[in-house]
Design a protein around this ligand. Structure first.
Ligand SMILES: [Fe+2]
Ligand SMILES: [Fe+2]
Length: 624
């Protein structure tokens, strides 16, 4: 069943009554199509039936556009029966474009053909691009970035002062500039103020021929006392130095509860700093989300050496087998400038990817990631920004760390179990998880790379009825049927990979099931984190590592740059749309599906677990 299908039919019918069609002889001059600036979508044209009439329609909200320009001939209002005929014609088209639901799954494997006219890569933005250069004087705030805290609080982060790069660098004194946010519900009238913390971080190398980096001063302030669904205006900076930012604003999310949902939630993966990255950022902005999730691999600073030059892979100027690699940290500053127009007005929730590892000589890693992003780590009792959780309306989000220990004896596992066990589905019916590395992936890149991770934690996600899990890492799009341990299960999560927001590494076009593409099992673990769990990729069915065709658990593959949008309809229906950069923004030709919860059927999706009652699990047959 498609939500609102009948409603749309009625709307269409009413709109049709208003249609005046210019009936022209076959030789009549061509009519023109007017453009409406706020037209939400373009799609099928059904204008040939009556010269001069063009109807543009879309799935989400009908619009009817008829333009008449008859230089000769005569106008005729068609009899009502023609209108009805027309309506039924469009209705048939609507049926053809009907959005499927997960209740119809498992879906037959589908791979969208890649348009070979398109490039698989993308060029880096030049360093002088105005979107990534510094736009304020030295100590003024820049790279302003919001993140959700508790429902009544928000993190505001920014950078002041200039980074330094050279053979020797002297870190700035983080106490030299105060961390203050002034805020209120009216423009330029700030009735509240909050102070926070500041820090700097450095990337130092014990080699003479590479440059060291030390950051500007990074500030994090938690502002509290916020009401739901309310617009707040704010400035940040140091008022004692008269170094405050310009005014920014954000609107808080709806209160926690089963009837309240953010309007649109954007999901971005593997963004980078290319022209395709800017396309993704622009498209996300056009979609006007009120929450953004970034599922790892952000600046790709680790693919550049310290003179700023790009390197094909994990560049290093100090020989093989060294424990660390060069990175060009200023690309982090550029990346945060690129996303600042979004992140300064919409909460931007990050989770680490492998490109954030950036190991240092003292054994530390994720130094830039940990310093730059404030997340609700203590609020969700995780104590680290490598994994955490938060609520947004009736959704509980769980941000799981692919690069924090995930073994069953690990602290992350213990935390996740406790976090999920405490979710009250009558308050937050939806549980949405993210982690960078995909558990299910049929592309060649990163194929079965995190089997240890999946085998360790999949039981938890299934037991507590996680509804959908998002990934990045693989530079392509893939939606997986509801599966548990590679078998179809109507109560298991949907898995979706959105791994190409536009980074400079190329799109992944090759599937593990393509001729000769199956990787050697011993080569699949990601070297970046294999120290965590070793190798678990031998646990597969029928003794075969790869399929000889698209696996039945893989529902939709599409090698494309883009981003995804979640629109929660209610406590059981969620609309998912994959927006491809290559398409006209309004034209939805990417994947689109309603994800439907069944708490009356799936005990793991309701509160029975909280009441310690037995849980009925569904187990499908082996899907191979
Ligand atoms: Fe990755
Ligand atoms: Fe990536």
């Amino acid at each position: 069943m498609v939500v609102e299908h009948e409603t749309r039919q009625w709307i269409l019918l009413c709109q049709c009554v208003c249609v005046c069609v210019c009936a022209e002889a076959a030789s009549a001059p061509t009519s023109r199509i007017a453009t409406f600036s706020n037209f939400e979508s373009s799609g099928v044209t059904i204008g040939e039936a009556a010269k001069g009439a063009y109807v543009v329609w879309k799935e989400r909200g009908w619009r009817l556009l008829v333009v008449m320009e008859c230089s000769r001939g005569w106008a005729l209002v068609l009899p009502s029966f023609l209108v009805l005929l027309f309506a039924s014609f469009v209705g048939a088209a609507d049926e053809a474009k009907r959005i499927p639901t997960t209740l119809e799954g498992p879906f037959k494997p589908y791979t969208k053909k890649f348009d070979t006219n398109l490039r698989t890569g993308s060029d880096d933005l030049p360093l002088y691009d105005p979107r990534i250069v510094k736009r304020v004087p030295a100590i003024y705030p820049e790279q302003i970035f919001l993140a959700l805290s508790t429902p009544d609080a928000m993190w505001v982060s920014w950078v002041s002062g200039d980074w330094q790069m050279g053979p020797k660098v002297t870190p700035l004194d983080p106490t030299s500039v105060k961390s203050v946010v002034q805020y209120g519900t009216a423009s330029e009238k700030y009735t509240m103020s909050a102070s926070g913390i500041s820090e700097v971080y450095s990337q130092l190398y014990p080699f003479d021929n590479v440059l060291n980096y030390t950051s500007g001063i990074i500030h994090h302030v938690r502002i509290t006392g916020l009401k739901p669904n309310t617009k707040y205006y704010y400035k940040c900076g140091d008022p004692t130095l008269s170094a405050m930012s310009g005014e920014h604003s954000f609107t808080t999310l709806p209160a926690t509860g089963p009837a309240n949902y953010p309007k649109r939630i954007a999901i971005i993966g593997d963004l980078g700093l290319t022209y395709n990255s800017t396309s993704t950022v622009d498209h996300v902005a056009e979609n006007n989300p009120d929450l953004i999730l970034m599922v790892g691999d952000m600046s790709y600073a680790n693919l550049y050496i310290t003179n700023g030059t790009g390197s094909s892979s994990y560049g290093q100027a100090f020989g093989k087998d060294t424990p660390i690699h060069e990175t060009y940290q200023p690309r982090w500053d550029m990346w945060q400038r690129l996303v600042e127009p979004l992140a300064s007005r919409v909460p931007f929730m990050v989770i680490e990817g492998n490109h954030e590892v950036e190991s240092q000589i003292n054994g530390e890693s994720f130094v830039a990631y940990k310093a730059r992003f404030a997340v609700p780590q203590s609020e969700s009792k995780s104590g680290t920004n490598m994994y955490y959780s938060f609520n947004a309306g009736g959704i509980h989000f769980v941000m799981i760390g692919s690069y924090a220990d995930y073994n069953k004896s690990s602290e992350q596992y213990r935390w996740l179990q406790e976090d999920l066990a405490n979710v009250d589905r009558t308050v937050t019916p939806w549980i949405i998880a993210t982690t960078h590395a995909p558990w299910y992936n049929s592309y060649r890149a990163h194929y079965r790379e995190v089997e240890c991770f999946r085998q360790s934690m999949e039981d938890l996600l299934y037991k507590y009825g996680v509804d959908v899990m998002f990934h990045g890492h693989v530079h392509a799009y893939e939606r997986i049927n509801r599966v548990y341990d590679y078998k179809y299960d109507p109560c298991a999560p949907v898995y979706i990979t959105v791994g190409d927001g536009g980074n400079g590494e190329k799109l992944e076009l090759i599937h593990a099931d393509d001729d000769g593409a199956c990787p050697d099992p011993l080569t699949t673990p990601d070297k970046g984190f294999s120290y965590l769990s070793g190798y678990c990729g031998f646990n597969f069915t029928n003794g075969k590592f790869c399929w000889d065709k698209q696996p039945v658990w893989s529902a939709w593959r599409d090698s494309s740059f883009g981003h995804g949008i979640i629109e929660v309809v209610n406590s059981t229906h969620l609309l998912w749309t994959w927006h491809r950069n290559q398409d006209e923004y309004d034209e939805i030709v990417g994947d689109q599906i309603y994800i439907v919860r069944q708490p009356h059927v799936c005990s793991n999706q309701n509160n029975l677990l909280r009441r310690n009652k037995s849980v009925r699990f569904f187990r499908g047959s082996d899907s191979r």
